[in-house]
Design a binder for this molecule. Sequence first.
Ligand SMILES: Cc1cc2nc3c(=O)[nH]c(=O)nc-3n(C[C@H](O)[C@H](O)[C@H](O)COP(=O)(O)O)c2cc1C
Ligand code: SF4
Ligand code: SF4
Length: 434
Amino acid sequence: MMSDAYNNLAIEFCGIKSPNPFWLASAPPTDKAYNVIRAFEAGWGGVVWKTLGEDPPAVNVSSRYSAIYGKNREVIGFNNIELITDRSLEQNLREITAVKEAWPDRAIVVSLMLPCEEHYWADILPKVEATGADGIELNFGCPHGMPERGMGAAVGQVPDYVRMVTAWCKQHSKLPVIVKLTPNITDIRHPARAAHQGGADAVSLINTINSITSIDLDRMVALPTVGSSSTHGGYCGTAVKPIALNMVAEIARDPETRGLPISGIGGIGNWRDAAEFIVLGAGCVQVCTAAMLHGFRIVEEMKDGLSRWMDAQGYRTIEDFRGKAVPNTTDWKYLDMNYKVIAQINQQDCIGCGRCYVACEDTSHQAIARLVDEASGKRTYQVIQEECVGCNLCEITCPVQNCITMMPQQTGKPYMNWTQDPRNPRAEKVPTAA
Ligand SMILES: Cc1cc2nc3c(=O)[nH]c(=O)nc-3n(C[C@H](O)[C@H](O)[C@H](O)COP(=O)(O)O)c2cc1C
Ligand code: SF4
Ligand code: SF4
């Protein structure tokens, strides 16, 4: 068995010890001993085993996946219509027991999805506990196939059910209970609060987002197709990371759930993605799509990169920087109305493509001048400082990295948020000096 060389990455997440914060999420990479052993050999700190359910096991269709691609055929978003495990409960439990015995230093969490009746949970939990697993994760998030049967997202979308099932699990098991949340809901704080009230030891998020990735316009059917029809699937991969980060931050800064351990999931593919989830409060991260597309060895870059970055920053443990960006994440109304940035074009780097000009002229604030040298006909682009509102659009559209810089301006004005702003008809009275 390989030991983990990165001592600064060791964590304890809601009582579960792991040599590093990188876990594989409940999905095909964790659906059998063969995969999990190879994942551990590659260096993953833990796994959430592919969701177990009641027997007889689920039956899957063919085909199952589809994707959104970037210009170089890199996968930006991934979509699947798979269900929970399609293997028997007995076989999964046997393999979990064997793998945990062989890899005692790695975290093994067992994901569960069962009908909303207490006896199902009371029956399965002792069997899971007997495997020696470190914890359970309640899959309240599966967006397809299972909700129609009253499970998965059908539970995660109703906070009362989340609270009730979580409480049953706490009652019938001593294992830490992680509640996996569905993003297919208006306000993620509500199910997170319900999980907390039910006694959850942690929440994990996000599961996949309801999606149709594309349509075959010849056959008039969405992808992936099963014969001549299709159904909505669950979206994940790079594209969902911003949604996941926001939901993690919402829970981390909600006074009702503050301090509740969070396992961050969604579009994590490298150490930097992981660090972003951790600074927003996550105590560990889970990865699915990136491992499915690039294999288990991606964890090497993740561990090495995170460990080196921590050394460079002077962080000795994950806890040293966990949640550090949470206090800087606030409601819009508390942003400083007196803060101002202005775009600056570095003429040395500019290739004269004019994209910034078109963007600002057509859809922003007409704050970029196009100047034509009469003799040479050469075009240059200049920011009109008085007109620039600092929206970032030109910087975003510019194809040359760092060619446009957003420069903070010295306004000489103190911090003033919208609740204090005289332009706000509902502004609070700012106390004046006597
Ligand atoms: C093919 C596939 C199957 C999945 N099956 C499960 C599952 O059985 N249980 C579960 O909780 N999540 C399941 N998920 C969701 C992932 O665990 C994860 O929450 C989601 O994919 C977001 O992470 P990612 O962007 O790293 O893929 C599945 C995802 C994929 C792509
Ligand atoms: S920051 Fe916005 S307003 Fe300013 S020049 Fe760029 S696009 Fe125009
Ligand atoms: S988009 Fe960038 S490179 Fe193109 S003209 Fe503007 S500043 Fe120059």
